[in-house]
Design a protein around this ligand. Structure first.
Ligand SMILES: [Fe+2]
Length: 294
C-alpha cells in the first residue's frame, strides 16, 4: 500500500512532507439515521470527511482507528465505505471494541482500504494494530499481533514510525475509560522502548484529545467523529464540543507536527438534545468498566 510506485518519497511532487489524517470512533449504525446519545453518527462523519476533503486535499493517507461501527453490522461498514471512497485516499482501518472483525473484513477489504495493515509513505512507516477482544470493552494485543509488530519494525528499522491502535496503552486521567484501555500494555512497551524509530502511539476509544510523552514516544488520542467526553471525570460526562479529527505533517527527517481540528459547531446538536433528559451525564458504568464502552 505504498503511496505511489514511482515516487519513493510517497509525497506529492513539489512537497517535502506527507499529510496523514486520522479519524476515529465513528459509531455508525445499520440505520443511516441511527444516533449515539442523540448524535446522528453518519451525519457527523459526513461533516468531518467533508472538512477533510475541503481542508486537506493533499492528504496522502487516512487512518480510521476503530469503532467504525457501533453495532458491528455489515451495513454500517457499507455506509463507511461509501463515504471514504469519495475521498480516494489510501486508508488504514483497524477494529475497536464495538466492531465485528469478520464483518469488517467482509465489507472493507477492498481498495483503497487495508485492514490491520501497514504502509510506507514519505519515508515513514505507518502501521495499524488490532486490539479487539470480542465481547469486552478493554483491548489486548494477541501473540500474533505482537509478533507482527516486532517483525514489521525490524523490517523497517531505518524508518520513522507511527503506530495506530484503538485502545490507549496509557491512562489518560479518566478513571472510567482507563479501566477499559489496553491490558498488558507493558508487552507493547517492551517492543517499542528500545526502538528509536517509533515516534508516536496514536489511539481512539476515549472520544477526547490527549497528548503526552513516554520517553521518546508521543502518546496521542483523538476526538471521535461523533460524541465527545470530558476529560478527567470519574464517570462519563458529555462534552458539547463538536466532533473532530487529527492531522499529521510527517517530515522526511523523522519529525512530525500534529493538531486536532474540529468541525464547525453551528450544526451540532445542542447539549440539551444529547442523551435525553439528563444531557450532561451518560449512564453510570459498573466498577469493572465493562458495562458500556466507547
Ligand atoms: Fe472504543
Amino acid at each position: 500500500m505504498s503511496k505511489t510506485a514511482d515516487d519513493p518519497s510517497g509525497a506529492a511532487p513539489g512537497r517535502s512532507h506527507v499529510t496523514l489524517v486520522q479519524i476515529t470512533d465513528c459509531h455508525l449504525c445499520r440505520d443511516p439515521s441511527g444516533t449515539l446519545l442523540g448524535v446522528p453518527t453518519l451525519e457527523t462523519l459526513l461533516r468531518v470527511l467533508q472538512e477533510v476533503g475541503d481542508c486537506h486535499p493533499e492528504a496522502d493517507v487516512l487512518v480510521a482507528s476503530g469503532d467504525i461501527a457501533d453495532d458491528g453490522d455489515t451495513a454500517s461498514y457499507g455506509h463507511f465505505l461509501d463515504l471514504v471512497e469519495e475521498l480516494s485516499i489510501p486508508t488504514l482501518v483497524m477494529p475497536g471494541n464495538h466492531d465485528d472483525r469478520d464483518a469488517m473484513r467482509r465489507r472493507l477489504a477492498s481498495t483503497p482500504l487495508s485492514i490491520n495493515g501497514c504502509t510506507t509513505v514519505g519515508g515513514w512507516l505507518i502501521t495499524a494494530l488490532d486490539t479487539l477482544v470480542p465481547g469486552v470493552h478493554h483491548g489486548q494485543l494477541g501473540e500474533s499481533e505482537l509478533r507482527r509488530l516486532r517483525d514489521t519494525l525490524d523490517a523497517h528499522s531505518d524508518q520513522p514510525t507511527l503506530i495506530f491502535l484503538h485502545h490507549p496503552p496509557m491512562p489518560i486521567g479518566c478513571p472510567w475509560l482507563d479501566r477499559m484501555g489496553l491490558r498488558q500494555s507493558e508487552r507493547l512497551f517492551e517492543i517499542i522502548d528500545g526502538r528509536k524509530q517509533v515516534r508516536g502511539l496514536v489511539t481512539g476509544h476515549v472520544h477526547q484529545e490527549f497528548d503526552a510523552y513516554r520517553g521518546h514516544v508521543r502518546l496521542l488520542s483523538t476526538p471521535a467523529t461523533c460524541v465527545q467526553y470530558k476529560h478527567g471525570t470519574p464517570q462519563p460526562v458529555l462534552d458539547p464540543v463538536a466532533p473532530g479529527y487529527r492531522v499529521f505533517t510527517l517530515r522526511p527527517n523523522g519529525e512530525f507536527a500534529t493538531r486536532v481540528r474540529r468541525v464547525a459547531r453551528a450544526w451540532f446538536p445542542a447539549t440539551s438534545d444529547i442523551a435525553g433528559s439528563n444531557p450532561n451525564v451518560a449512564p453510570r458504568i459498573p466498577d469493572d468498566g465493562e458495562g458500556i464502552g466507547w
